[in-house]
Design a protein around this ligand. Structure first.
Ligand SMILES: *Cc1c(COP(=O)(O)O)cnc(C)c1O
Length: 356
């Protein structure tokens, strides 16, 4: 049981906006629930815990996050089961990863009680925002940024941690077309690719826009040095099925984000007696696999979409078509199974769900 005894100064809104949203029209990250959680780090400790109505915050234009990018975030979801129970999917994994990001970016650790109590107390207050409609959930966005007012390039001594929540519908429901990126890179050995640091997303926008102008949804990132090995699919991890083997780039370097969805799918694949290989995956192997027909599935995995089927991979100006219509494919079965666990329809044998 997670302790939820953190004292949080709570101001409840007098004007809930819940009636302004339409569950059938919820673009990702566009609407925010009634409240937000805020904690401040100063004098070496987290303090001033508060939940207040969502809205603008006064802020100095000189805070160092705005100038030098000391900002990290997380993404997770709350789901409503068929019986009406609200639960989070593997939240402590997000905390662990957030603290790994914090360490790399010279930011303070977030204690478990601050992270979990902030989220749990807020989701309880805003529980009407966890929609039960199929495909809907409440996306939770914890983030932390440096708040020292100073233009010197040095680590800040003060930080702010905020949690926002956003009701969402199904994301990327159609199969996506991905372009293998052979010029730009998002991450490099020794860098911060394994963290959810804000700058990783800033650098990805321009290559993604070029890919979109060529008719693709996103890019598949390759290694920064030779562009020979596959790393991620946009802001998702990437997986392939060849024969009865699930293949995904290994996260042993520090260029690939350690996705919780990725880890969950690997666990389920092993439960289902599939062979799993976490290793280097070359572009050549994938293109050859598509050409020979041995590669039967390609998909991105992450919290926002869970599983996004890839229907085409563009490489050096040519499209390679991947099948997406097999209802028995691993990607479709596993997406359904994870949804069933979240909705309380399948047994949660790994203890992934945390009740709110
Ligand atoms: C968040 C993220 C993922 C997916 O991680 P999940 O924990 O599964 O949501 C994958 N790649 C990148 C670059 C990400 O930022």
């Amino acid at each position: 049981m997670i302790d939820t005894s953190l004292l949080i100064n709570t101001t409840v809104t007098r004007h809930s906006r819940i009636n302004e949203i339409d569950p059938k029209n919820l673009p990702f990250g566009k609407y925010f629930s009634d409240h937000m959680f805020i904690a401040d780090y100063k004098d070496g400790e987290w303090q001033d815990f508060k939940i207040m109505p969502y809205g603008p915050l006064p802020m100095s234009p000189s805070i160092s996050a705005l100038h030098y990018g000391q900002e990290i975030f997380e993404g997770m979801k709350a789901h409503r089961t068929d019986a009406g129970v609200v639960q989070l999917f593997r939240p402590l994994e997000n905390l662990k990863r957030m603290n790994a990001s914090a360490q790399r970016m010279c930011m303070p650790n977030i204690p478990e009680n601050v992270f979990m109590d902030g989220i749990l107390q807020m989701v309880r207050l805003d529980n009407k925002w966890v929609l039960g409609e199929e495909g809907c959930s409440l996306y939770i966005r914890p983030f932390m940024f440096a708040t020292d007012e100073a233009l010197g390039v040095k680590t800040s001594g003060s930080f702010r941690f905020i949690v926002l929540t956003s009701p969402t519908g199904p994301y990327y429901s159609d199969p996506v077309r991905m372009k293998i990126e052979t010029k730009f890179a998002r991450a490099f050995e020794g860098g911060v690719g394994f963290t959810k640091a804000a700058g990783n997303y800033g650098v990805s926008l321009y290559p993604a826009r070029l890919a979109q102008q060529e008719g693709y949804t996103q890019v598949i990132w390759t290694d920064a040095k030779d562009h020979e090995y596959i790393e991620e699919a946009g802001m998702m991890n990437v997986m392939f099925v060849i024969g009865n083997t699930l293949i995904t780039p290994s996260i042993s370097g520090n260029t690939i984000l350690s996705g919780i969805t990725r880890d969950s799918l690997i666990t389920l694949a092993k439960d289902w007696n599939m062979k799993v290989e976490e290793r280097r995956v070359s572009v050549k192997e994938i293109i050859n696999g598509i050409n020979s027909g041995d590669l039967t599935e390609a998909f991105g995995v992450g919290t926002a979409a869970t599983v996004a089927l890839i229907s085409a991979i563009g490489y050096n100006g040519k499209d390679y078509i991947v099948p997406v219509n097999n209802p028995e494919s691993f990607s479709k079965r596993v997406a359904k199974h994870i949804n069933n666990i979240r909705k309380g329809r399948a047994e949660d044998i790994h203890g992934w769900m945390v009740k709110v």
